[in-house]
Design a protein around this ligand. Structure first.
Ligand code: 13P
Ligand code: SF4
Length: 336
């Protein structure tokens, strides 16, 4: 943000202005758990990727202000094309999305025509358009278990999530070689030191963590599942191996408990903050609501192709679709 803009914002009560604009624009503010506490506290709804997708599909608002990363806002636009979807900072990307260029993924798919593609929601609309079913960390297991046992599967872009799902479901899967830079930054050595200091504290970890971290976890699940576990656990101290901003919700809901972010190589957890999520700020949320920019746009042909695998996920995750006969469920992805 340049000096003139900062000057203009100086003196404004940003929270009050956001409140005013939210009403004027008939906007809903959706936030992921990895956003800063001030953005989480302003949001109408805070959730994991699946819950945020559902909210985006259901909302009656005219504007969706998405405090999260670009692929999440893109999903909101794909599911609710008639809405204006704004993202406070259009540079809020994701290392998993970056690891999976659409043309390379298209070639990978084409090289394995007998596999269906389960694709983690952390990818671009163009990669979704090449996919059969989108999954999130909270819906993936149910979706894999619903597939015919002889159905070959390829999984992209997160190799750690894919490896954990493969172990959990007993299904062999071809894995794309992508990772989340945030969950890769946890240090096994430092985690073991922390566990030694707190021998009664269970470790709750996100499946985007590598196996050497998951091997030490007492619970593995999506951000929402980690939050639920942390609140319901009888333990007074919990070690949290995911992006540490989720601890804000834990401390709000259970102020008497102690939540410790799993450490990186420096013995602290500062290296595990998502640099992409951090690009969204209160100031940028205010400006995006004021200007209705930056806006997410998805070309209609691409949107329709990406919508199909997203809708399959929503239908299977909610229990509405159970017949996963390949011929009916997986029509071939057509060319560009
Ligand atoms: P979930 O909130 O679905 O667990 O996803 C975590 C994540 O890394 C989002 O980028
Ligand atoms: Fe992407 Fe990882 Fe950041 Fe989530 S935490 S947005 S997966 S880089």
């Amino acid at each position: 943000m340049d000096a003139r803009r900062r000057e203009t914002l100086a003196g404004l009560d940003l929270r009050a202005e956001i409140e005013r604009l939210r009403k004027e624009r008939n906007a809903v503010i959706l936030a992921h758990y990895y956003q800063t506490p001030e953005l989480q506290d302003l949001a109408d709804f805070v959730g994991d990727s699946l819950e945020l997708s559902r909210k985006a599909a259901e909302t009656n608002a005219d504007v969706i202000a998405f405090c999260g990363v670009r692929f999440m806002a893109e999903v909101a636009k794909i599911l609710s094309p008639q809405k204006i979807v704004i993202l406070p900072d259009m540079d809020a990307g994701c290392s998993l999305e970056d690891s999976c260029p659409p043309d390379e993924f298209g070639a990978f798919r084409a090289a394995h025509p007998d596999h269906i593609s389960l694709t983690y929601i952390n990818c671009s609309a163009a990669v979704k358009a090449h996919s059969d079913i989108i999954v999130t960390s909270s819906s993936a297991e149910k979706i894999i278990n619903a597939l015919p046992k002889d159905q070959k599967i390829l999984f992209a872009p997160d190799k750690h999530l894919g490896a954990w799902l493969s172990k959990k479901t007993g299904r062999e899967m071809l894995l794309w070689d992508g990772t989340c830079i945030v969950h890769e930054a946890f240090s096994e050595t430092e985690l073991l030191k922390l566990k030694a200091l707190h021998p009664d504290a269970p470790v709750a970890a996100h499946p985007e963590c590598p196996a050497h971290i998951l091997d030490h976890a007492d619970m593995i699940g999506s951000t929402s599942a980690i939050l639920k576990f942390a609140l319901e656990s009888p333990s007074q101290t919990i070690i949290v191996a995911t992006e540490p901003h989720i601890i804000h919700q834990m401390e709000k809901a259970a102020p008497g408990k102690t939540f410790i972010g799993a450490p990186g190589a420096d013995g602290k957890c500062s290296c595990n903050m998502c640099p992409y999520m951090a690009l969204n700020t209160l100031e940028k949320l205010y400006l995006s609501l004021r200007d209705l920019e930056p806006r997410i746009e998805v070309p209609e042909a691409l949107r329709l192709r990406a919508l199909l695998p997203l809708n399959r996920m929503l239908a299977i995750a909610s229990g509405a679709a159970t017949d996963l006969t390949p011929a009916q469920t997986f029509p071939p992805v057509t060319g560009d």
